[in-house]
Design a protein around this ligand. Structure first.
Ligand code: LLP
Length: 421
């Protein structure tokens, strides 16, 4: 459920008409609903009620300062994967003890910064990383709290580019080698081994792979404890999917996911962490764009928008589906038209949808891409020198630009011409 509904035929973000935002900030733009962000965070938090837990928002899905501040103020922790995300979390006021550092390629510099400024734990993904972190911690005279990410060799049954839990993927250490690696880690004086981490992929629409992975983690917890390790925290990753295509999907709910967690690992007495990104931010955001032209092709109509693949890359990159709705509702009974929905970038891959049946549209009309709050703005670029599009946050009847659109001048002035040229 989200807070983008039609009122008197006009699509609104909470109590604000999208047309009004477009008139003020221009198009294209991203718009987020505070109410939806809040609701989705609370769904997870409530689903784990009764367990000692922390919901760490995966900032890679949306790292705008205002979004992080809103979630941080609700008590969310943050899952970060770079020094930049760590800095963003701290700048938005999230304390170090609520920040988890994930990722397979943490640099010593990133480790040093996090150890100096405060960190809940590092999720370590390899033996060379264990060695590096141990060295950095010892050089600072501290101990680094860690979990080790295990790769459970489970098929997440999602898009190949976002599956991470099979043995052929680059993530974690094979679960079959876990005992050996934990024993090695326990001997490193700069590290405090506190738990186990697992993340099998993103946009999972079936609970079975989670169940398989978490049962393996439960077994491993018992084995490692028997080996003498004080396993007290389980980071179960993110990945719960969202309904991108309203007409044909109903992924499991956070309540069902929470029940699964309690059923599989709930009796181990461990603190539980989860790292959802998409389910919190995805349906809390839209991308709004204007039709520039409707072009008659030989055998099809092209809807040419002012947004392009550089603004929302998911369709080009993963063949992802986003529902595209008119901002002004079509008259009841209006015949639908079929379009290829494209952007202005000079690549055929700059296609948002092919043969999409939708309300008939004309040049100047506004459309909204649904489910664009996760992996939308964060994956955008200025390809074709198209300035990054603004982000807007709505709360009730108020809205604010939370990242402005750079002017051409600002965009150009980020480059410098050497004096010798
Ligand atoms: N934790 C770890 C270690 C991750 O790698 C990810 C996502 C998450 C948590 C959050 O997963 P979520 O709950 O958002 O599914 N750009 C792609 C998605 C990449 C996901 C990468 N890792 C897309 O647009 O579909």
């Amino acid at each position: 459920m989200d807070h983008f509904l039609y009122r008197d035929g006009a699509l609104c973000a909470e109590d604000v008409r999208l047309e009004d935002i477009a008139a003020q900030v221009g198009t294209p733009f991203y718009v987020y609903s505070s109410a939806t962000l809040t609701r989705h965070f609370k769904l997870f938090d409530d689903a784990l009620e009764g367990t000692d837990h922390l919901v760490c928002f995966a900032m890679k899905s949306n790292s705008n300062q205002a979004v992080i501040k809103l979630l941080g103020d609700l008590g969310a922790g943050m899952d970060v994967v770079s020094g930049g995300e760590y800095a963003r979390a701290r700048a938005a006021g999230v304390p170090g003890e609520r920040i988890v550092f994930s990722g397979i390629g943490k640099t010593r510099e990133e480790m040093r910064t996090a150890l100096n400024s405060g960190i809940r734990q590092f999720n370590v993904e390899s033996e060379p990383e264990l060695a590096a972190l141990n060295e950095v911690a010892l050089s600072l005279g501290v101990t680094a709290p860690i979990t080790i990410r295990v790769n459970p060799d489970v098929d997440a049954k999602t898009h190949a580019k976002i599956a991470t839990g099979k043995s052929e993927n680059k993530f974690g250490i094979p679960i079959s080698r876990a005992r050996e690696v934990y024993t090695h880690a326990a001997g490193l004086k700069g590290l405090d081994v506190i738990g186990i981490d697992v993340h099998i992929g993103s946009q999972l629409t079936d609970l079975a792979p989670f169940e398989a992975a978490y049962l393996k983690v439960a077994d491993l917890t018992k084995t490692l404890r028997a080996d003498g390790h004080n396993i007290r925290r389980l980071d179960l990753g993110g990945g719960l999917g969202i309904p991108y295509e309203r007409s044909n999907s109903a992924p499991p709910l956070p309540t069902e996911y929470g029940a699964l967690i309690k059923r599989t690992v709930g009796d181990l007495g461990c603190e539980i962490e989860i790292e959802p990104g998409r389910l919190i931010s995805g349906n809390a955001g839209l991308m709004v764009s204007r039709v520039i032209y409707v072009k008659e092709g030989e055998d099809r109509k092209f809807l040419i928008l002012d947004a392009a693949m550089n603004d929302l890359i998911r369709p080009a990159m993963y063949d992802a589906w986003h529902d595209i709705d008119p901002v002004i509702e079509a008259a009841p009974g209006a015949e639908r038209a079929t379009y290829d929905v494209v952007g202005p970038v000079c690549e055929s891959g700059d296609t948002f949808a092919k043969g999409r049946a939708m309300a008939p549209l004309s040049a100047g009309d506004l459309v909204a891409f649904r489910s664009a709050g996760a992996y939308g703005a964060v994956m955008s670029s200025e390809y074709n020198s198209r300035p990054l599009i603004p982000e807007v946050l709505v709360m009730g009847d108020q809205f604010a630009v939370i990242r402005p659109r750079p002017t051409y001048e600002e965009m150009i002035n980020r480059d410098t011409i050497p004096a010798w040229l």
